[in-house]
Design a binder for this molecule. Structure first.
Ligand SMILES: Cc1ncc(COP(=O)(O)O)c(C=O)c1O
Length: 405
């Protein structure tokens, strides 16, 4: 067996299952889950209809490259969303079967696993806390993950200037997540300027995970994207790719549809890798994805539901926890230190007393540089309906007040 498999960590939800192993929540209270970040709003009719209308596509093998029509729809969306004058559908976009699979596969394409003269493996740099796929992708590519802790005092930005030069020298791939899971933080133009300078100096690829880009709270201020930042700074897309997805934007996590866009030279090799890997998106879903990327009305409606939930739930929780509206995405990243409980104890007792699930922040981060930056935080995914989220928040408030009495 591949020995690298043994280096993989169990998933946060497996850790949560173990944490709750001996707990029986109160039977009289229906379970409310803020745990898993799976979109729960209904899938728009126009996408369901497009799936039905294109079922004939099941009769053919799908193209890994994607149909020209889908590539054009994606290129058009990227151009409009990020104010880019030209995105070439032939070379600068590639459909993928959800951004998770592409985040993983990209490391397998980009990483040169040869160790350096000192016998040290390549480094994949990840934010901390982070989406666990980055770490698994790095390990299975034969690289070593290196964690840059996010700093609550700097809106959860990572202090890249603190990373030693010998680490940068070995870095081949940097994952960034903007808007971030779990913090919701969005990288600024200044953050991007710093990252591009570092990439120019050290030659690593930047993979910008932007799957939450369409969940934000002010219609006039959509989150800045990586390609957009590059263009604003007068650059091309060299060593830069962004990954996006319909899962959250269009409430179709089951369709497994996303794309990668950016540096044509990286995408060319990525396509080569993918033809062997065999993760082509079904033609049925390629056609339905054209409908989804070509319509913004359903995306605005989706956002409006999140705005309603966050504006109800955030002030309720801010009375008892340190929490505020994030820049974007559908998570609240709440500091529970003032309850006197650790993050996992908070999650366990909340489940035991009120049948509400939240994810301990330390499960979403690694101990690095002597600290686990997820410690004292819990993540709440506000994915259920507004009534359920409000009831969950009400129970959390009651729980926190019960700790004081
Ligand atoms: C940060 C982040 N990236 C990527 C993904 C993968 O999304 P999908 O594969 O549905 O596009 C998720 C899913 O939860 C996520 O949280």
């Amino acid at each position: 067996m591949n020995p690298l498999l043994d280096s993989l960590q169990s998933y946060p939800f497996e850790k949560l299952r173990l944490l709750f192993k001996d707990v029986t929540p109160p039977a009289g209270l229906a379970h409310i889950s803020f745990g898993i970040g799976e979109p729960k709003h209904p899938t728009p009719e126009l996408i369901k209809q497009a799936v039905i209308d294109s079922l004939g596509g099941l009769a053919a093998y799908p193209l890994t490259l994607g149909t020209p029509a889908l590539r054009e729809a994606i290129a058009k969306w990227v151009g409009q969303r990020y104010n880019l004058p030209h995105v070439d559908p032939a070379t600068q976009v590639l459909p993928v079967s959800g951004s998770r699979e592409a985040l993983f596969a990209l490391a397998q394409t980009v990483i040169d696993p040869k160790k350096n003269a000192r016998g040290e493996p390549a480094i994949v740099l990840c934010p901390n806390p982070f989406y666990q796929i980055y770490e698994g992708a790095a390990l299975l590519a034969g690289a070593q993950p290196y964690f840059a802790n996010s700093d609550p005092a700097r809106n959860f930005a990572c202090d890249y200037s603190a990373i030693p030069d010998d680490v940068w020298a070995r870095t081949q791939l940097l994952y960034v997540c903007s808007p971030g899971n779990p913090t919701g933080a969005v990288l600024t133009l200044d953050d991007w300027r710093e990252l591009f300078e570092l990439s120019d100096r050290h030659g690593f690829v930047i993979a910008s995970d932007e799957c939450y880009s369409e969940i934000y709270f002010d219609e006039a201020r959509p989150p800045l994207g990586g390609l957009e930042a590059a263009h604003k700074l007068g650059r091309g897309f060299e060593r830069l790719v962004m990954l996006s997805s319909l899962s959250k934007r269009s409430n179709v996590p089951g369709m497994r549809s996303g794309f990668v866009a950016g540096d044509a030279a990286i995408l060319k090799q990525f396509l080569l890798y993918r033809t062997y890997h065999g993760a082509a998106l079904s033609t049925v879903f390629q056609t339905a994805s054209i409908a989804a990327w070509s319509d913004e009305a359903h995306v605005r409606e989706n956002r409006a539901m999140y705005v309603q939930k966050f504006s109800t739930v955030t002030p309720m929780l801010a009375d008892v926890l340190d929490v505020r509206l994030p820049d974007a995405a559908f998570y609240l990243w709440a500091n529970v230190a003032r309850t006197g409980l650790s993050d996992d104890e908070f999650a366990r007792r909340l489940y035991a007393d009120y049948n509400v699930t939240v994810l301990p922040g330390s499960f979403l981060a690694r101990t690095a540089h002597d600290t686990n930056p997820g410690r004292d935080f819990v993540r709440l995914a506000l994915v259920a309906g507004v009534d359920e989220c409000t009831e969950g928040a009400r129970r959390i408030v009651e729980f926190c007040r019960s700790l004081k009495s």
